[in-house]
Each structure stands twice: as C-alpha cells, then as structure tokens.
Design a protein around this ligand. Sequence first.
Ligand SMILES: *Cc1c(COP(=O)(O)O)cnc(C)c1O
Length: 436
Amino acid sequence: MANPRRTIPRTDVLLADPVLAPAVERLGRDRVKAVINRAQERARQGEIPPEAVLAAALEELAALPQGGPRRVLNATGVLLHTNLGRAPLSAAATAALTAAAGTTDVELDLATGRRGRRGRAALAALAAAVPAAEDVHVVNNNAAALVLAATALAAGREIVISRGELVEIGDGFRLPELLASTGARLREVGTTNRTSVADYSAALGPATGFVLKVHPSNYRVEGFAGTPDVAGLAPLCERAGVPLVADAGSGLLRPDPLLPAEPDAATWLKAGAGLVTASGDKLLGGPQCGLLLGRSGLVDRLRRHPLARALRVDKLTLAALEATLAGPRPPVHAALHARPADLLERARALAARLTAAGVPAEAVETDGVVGGGGAPGVRLAGAAVAVPEGLAEALRAGEPAVLGRVEHGRLLLDLRALAPADDEAVYGAVTAARER
Ligand SMILES: *Cc1c(COP(=O)(O)O)cnc(C)c1O
C-alpha cells in the first residue's frame, strides 16, 4: 500500500495555491500556514484523505473570525458609552484616519521640506475653535492632560482642591490618586458639600503649584451645597499669582443650550481659567485624546516638559481630531440634538416593520442620558422599540452586535445614540436574532 504521507500536499505548494491567496491577504501567511499544518496532520492521522487537505484548510479558514474589534450598534440610550468606545467618529474623521494610516506630513512642512510642528493642522483647528485660548496642546486623554499639568506645574508642591471635587470618574479611576501619583501633594479645602473662596484663600502659599477646579461630571450634589465656580476663583488666583487649572471633562468647546449645566472651554477661559483640560471623545465627538487650552506661558511649560513626549498622540488621533474640529459636525452632536418626535416616529416605523415580520415589538417613549461622565441628571427625552427580553443574548452575538437595555422585563432598543441610517441594520439584526 502506498504511504499516504507521500501523497499529502506540501506546505509550500499549498501556500502558493491561488485559492488560498485571499486568506493569506486577510489573515497573514503565518495563520494560514498553521491551518494548513493542522489539515495535513489530520491526513497523516488518517482522518481525511490526502486529497482533501486543501478543502479542509479552506473550510477552517472560512470559519475563522476576522479578528479585530466587533461592530456594536449602541441601542442603550447612553450617548457616550465608555464600554463601547465613547464617541463614534464622523465619516470625515474616519476618512482622515485612513489617509493618515500611511506616511503623512504629520511633522513635516512640505513647502520648505523642513521639520514642522507635530500635528499643527489639528492644533490650528483646535485654536480656531476656541479663540479665547492663547495656545493649545493635545495629549492621549484627559487623564494624561491632568498628569502633565500636575507634573509640570506642581510636582513636589501643592494642588489646592475642594473636598467636593475629589471625584472618581469610573472603573476605579480616582482623580486624587492620579494627581498624587505625579508627586504633587493635594491640599484639600472646604467640605464635601460646601467650599468658599476664603477656604481656597487660606490654603494658598509659597508651596502652591496651582488651584484645581474639577467639574463633577458624573454626579450632582443637591441641597445645602455650594462652591465657587471658575469666575469666582479667578480673581483670587490672579492676585496670588497662582495658575487656575480647570478640568471640564466633557469636551464642550462652546456652550450647548441643551446642556446648560455642562461647562465649556471658551466660557471657562473667558472667566479667567489659566488652563482648561477636556476629553476629545466625549461631547466633542472625536477620537480619544486630552485637550489642553489656555494661557501661552502655561501651555508652553507643559509642551516643553519631558513627560509631554511620553503622552503625545499619534498621527491617527491628530488626523481624526482635525477632521472632527474642522469638518462636518460629528454623530454625537446629531444624536444629542435629535428631536424626541423624530425619534418616536423612527421607533414607530421600526416597531411596525418588526411586528409585520412576526416579532412582538412596540414603540415606547423613554429617556436617554449623555453618559461617559457628562451631564448627570439630564434626561434626554426620546424613544425606543421594546422587544422580548429573550432576544438580548442573540442580539449581542449578531453581526453587527446590538446592545440594548433591559427594563421591566423587556429589551429596549433605544434610538437616541443611533443614526437614522442604523435603523435598517437594527431591523435586520432583530429579525436574524429571532431565528437563532
Ligand atoms: C471623563 C473625565 C476625565 C477623564 O477623561 P479621559 O479622557 O477618560 O482620561 C477626567 N475628568 C473629568 C471631569 C471627566 O469627566
């Protein structure tokens, strides 16, 4: 009997087979080779005939997951869902990412052929968006912006902060611990619910690095409560010659009438903040990054600090940020400002189609929230499609996955954070989930 090993096709021959070329392109040579080797081994063991090796490899390759992040439709009603990557990028920002993926002029002035300031187009777009800022800088996220400010302006010295602003942002991320990790000491003033300008004033001295105002993004103190805002603290800091740093969190650059309690960079700078920090992937609707805006002397000290190099953003982020700032308004803006009546109309249309397809569905009015550490207590009146709770798991397993929220024994698919163009995909996902 012929030795079957002899007739098993060789690895290099199989790898060169044109039918495997798309798999090599998609998954890389090493992964395809590993799959081929497994099929060859099965043939050696007599599980499959030698001539079936190529077909077995193809079958396994077709079943391999693509890898990379999976697309999730955000039907939670939480506009900025940290577990879903916060803000979805605009089409313009996504195109900019793709363009930036190659080699670019991120740090080169093509007119002169000399080195240029890194990300100057993104920095210029940010400066143009907030004329009240004398200078701007961008780092990896808002946490990095605070670390840079604390290190450059207060290492070995004191950061004066109200006890009511020693906040935890989420998932164990505590601002006081982050600041203390830089070697700055926290000088706590006032109480949890009340702090006065006099409390701050009494704490200022030669050891002061800066005064920090933190916007309590994700909670509210109600009742007998009060603390000076940026405008209330600025004159004191000015007199004492101490920088006033203000962490706005959400990344609004200008006031938004829909969120009157949410701070914005322009208002705080005009009110006298020396430096404002914010996230790029919250209400600004851009990529993850930390924005630093303020007086040129302060921004310059941060930019020149050695730590700045470790916190610098990559070319992809800079490209997406520039497109977010200078291009069309991002999806987060549209979703935040979607009108309740329009959302309800979409929910009704979707529910009617689902019902016609045999899925019990009903349009309901419901409130969404900003989320992502922003606008606590603000309810965004909107609408959802209620479907049976039992579909939740199958919807999470689908492609794209759909994440809703379970309420009173039903699964609500909230349309607040979804673009109208996503409704079709939600319909497809629900009908497919019902069949699974
Ligand atoms: C969200 C938030 C942060 C953290 O920002 P990241 O960009 O996630 O690092 C810090 N401070 C405030 C007030 C926030 O709301």
